[in-house]
Design a protein around this ligand. Sequence first.
Ligand code: DQQ
Length: 529
Amino acid sequence: EHVDDTLRTGFHFQPPKHWINDPNGVMYYKGVYHLFYQYNPKAAVWGNIVWAHAVSTDLVDWVMLEPAISPSAPFDVNGCWSGSATVLPDGRPVIMYTGINEQDQQVQNVAYPKDLSDPYLREWVKPDYNPVIAPDAGVNASAFRDPTTAWQGPDGVWRLVIGTKDNHRGLAALYRSRDFKRWAPARRALHSGDTGMWECPDFYPVTSPGVDSGRKHVFKVSLDLTRYEYYTFGDYDYATDTYVPDPSLADGNEGLRYDYGNFYASKTFLDAGKQRRVLWGWANESDSTADDVRKGWAGVQAIPRKIWLAPDGKQLMQWPVAEIESLRGKHVNITDKLVRGGSYFEVTGLTTPAQADVEASFQVMDLGKAEPFDPAWRAVDAETVCAARGADAKGGVGPFGLWVLASDELKERTAVFFRVFKRDDGAKHAILMCNDPSRSSYADNLYKPTFAGFVDVDIAATGKIPLRTLIDHSMVESFGGHGKTAILSRVYPTKAVGDKARLFVFNNGESDVKVNNLNAYDMRSAKIR
Ligand code: DQQ
């Protein structure tokens, strides 16, 4: 079987070939990180789904193992879909996943490691008493899946939620158990919303460094209809199993997102070793199915991100786990370089700009040039604004930022950029962050959406906007405002590949911009064996 390597990633997780989707059962157990994921062992399209398995001690290099869970029994013969791992108080991990049974119903099954002394936990056993949760009468049996990691209340009872829907209403159905074997539905869902099927819910306590944030809980869902995820955080009462999002937060399609780009079916786990919460998410392809078949592969996992509550309590923050910095090689630094309105320059000196880590801080020299923010652009609908004002639309302050994966003649390039608008309300400025892939490739049949989010940076106070972009052949994964806004795009250059790719800083605004500091690093490839 032929695999086309040209746009495969160097330091983002991918198996050697075939289709992957959701991260599953992510966990840290006795010094080892486990990543399971939805995988088609036979082809580069979705189907024949099993839980593939990889392990790592540093979230960078991976050892690929045999699939941990494959269809084998009446309760999962038609597929082993997404789910989560829970580490029990006695130290045993347990997986709960969705099986597609003989009747094509979605049921929840458990699996336990066969041999706890195997550090990689290669083999998993499915008890005969599966399924442990089947859809009751009144539950939509073809929309009842993706159990979360369970949590235990002070009463010793386990709880978890399952994504489902009732007509158009998405639901996080709550179940309880004393023994992880017999589960009973709660009378009320943990949360619900008028947004269609809720896939891959996640629910967890979140911390904020240096702040006693008082046990806020995060609730995230993946919306099947829009293929976006959104989250809220708020207060969770164990006694009544009630979750109330903070009233200042929008719920539903208008809510906050982990990532404003191509990032779906994500899942977090508690890294007990490093006392942090880590987020994994899946980046789908944006080329055609025919292209995926030709390439022999499809799907990438985003860089694992540390996730925490911002000290101001307004949103979550994310940052690539520090371990990936161990892959940094050759380093290029630029300090205090002025980029006049309408100009650009190349960042030279990297050996592999197609596989790089770029951190930059941009200073706006004349904020007074910011255009007024049209109140018709609702604060959450950054995408509309960015679609109307792309990387080539000259502005007052911005667009400025990076052209990554750029070809020699600059006809292929993916823009990662900011625009600053003046607001008439108290917030003073609106900062838009966009990924514009509209010129990313000469190839046809690509999906090239402009993705965008707002970045909550007080530019009048600091004058600066920080950006970090991980470039990995077909992945452009950016973090604005030190992790306040993340945007992941998939792009498919034809000329800006391998050592032909180039990196630029551009400024299409009227105001000059200064690159206070730019540190770019070649990235070595992770070892995936
Ligand atoms: N992918 C899985 C489902 C889940 C969906 C099937 C989300 O369990 O709802 O591969 O991408």
